[in-house]
Design a protein around this ligand. Structure first.
Ligand code: AMP
Ligand code: MN
Ligand code: MN
Ligand code: MN
Length: 276
């Protein structure tokens, strides 16, 4: 059976390994088909594609788009995109640009809570001048002794209601799907179990996503319990959507699942790769 991993990150966003090392690690751990899906970015795809050819595995060019649906941030994974698509490139550039002002506001907000210079601190962890994320703040907060680990840094400082959280307007769901589709890609709702939505709202999100032409739901993810694998497999079937899976790997020691550790999709779903 082929092993698919359709969600992970490199130093081109908030991962710890460069794109080629991500691919080599995945190949070495038994992944046959890998998608690199950096946040709001496609700059690592050429390097990853070359490394995948050398390692003898199949590469799927991807990205993970930040979206605001109602007042909630949701992520949409794009698979099989043409990274040269101007609509996608311009859309992603706009989203990345918004991150700079947001990061300064996160820094100011943390300063008011008694943690000075967090923006400068986070910058030291940034690995692509094109993109800063809360993960970079989290790494700084941990190394500066303000948090034990990633989970603790997010729980104490970086999630809604906490001192280092600032609201932000990302892409609209409609724009994100239109950029993905103009680039010839397939759209996947990432880790639906992570969103603070009621089950009615989650169904409304999935309904809006499907009505805009979205294709799949990420069913197997480290953000989900095994009960949620079943729950999201059922939702995928109910809505006529395909199912995807990915480790959301960011780096050794930072992720619950390493490459190769992913359980298979529940029986009865239509895998997103069924038409590949
Ligand atoms: P951003 O796109 O800047 O809002 O950062 C989002 C990233 O933060 C996600 O892609 C994860 O890598 C990371 N993240 C969010 N919440 C958590 C959490 N509770 N624990 C660990 N990492 C998290
Ligand atoms: Mn991330
Ligand atoms: Mn995500
Ligand atoms: Mn991710």
């Amino acid at each position: 059976m082929m092993r698919y991993d359709l969600h992970c990150h490199s130093t081109r966003s908030d991962g710890l390994l460069c794109p080629a090392d991500v691919v080599r690690r995945a190949a070495g751990r038994g992944v046959d088909v890998l998608a690199l899906t950096d946040h709001d970015e496609v700059a690592g795809l050429d390097e990853a594609r070359d490394a995948a050819r050398d390692a003898g595995i199949t590469f799927i060019p991807g990205s993970e788009l930040s979206v605001t649906w109602r007042d909630t941030t949701v992520h949409v994974v794009a698979l099989g995109i043409d990274s040269a698509s101007p609509e996608l490139a311009q859309g992603l550039e706009r989203v990345r640009k918004g991150r700079d002002a947001r990061a300064r506001r996160i820094g100011e907000s943390l300063a008011q809570a008694g943690i000075p210079d967090a923006f400068e601190g986070a910058l030291a962890y940034v690995t692509s001048e094109r993109l800063i994320s809360r993960t970079h703040f989290a790494r700084h907060l941990i190394d500066a002794g303000h948090a034990r680990d990633m989970k603790d840094a997010f729980r104490r400082y970086l999630t809604s209601g906490k001192p280092g959280y600032v609201a932000h307007a990302w892409a609209t769901l409609s724009d994100a799907l239109s950029w993905i589709h103009s680039a010839g890609g397939t759209a996947v709702i990432a880790h639906p179990g992570r969103y603070k939505l009621t089950s009615t709202e989650l169904r409304e999100l999935i309904g809006d996503f499907r009505n805009l032409g979205g294709e799949a739901i990420e069913v197997v993810s480290p953000s989900h319990t095994s009960a949620q694998y079943t729950e999201f497999a059922t939702l995928a079937r109910t809505f006529g959507l395909q199912a995807s899976c990915g480790t959301d790997f960011h780096g050794p020691g930072e992720s619950r699942f390493d490459f190769g550790d992913l359980p298979s999709l529940p029986a009865g779903v239509n895998p997103v790769w069924s038409g590949w």
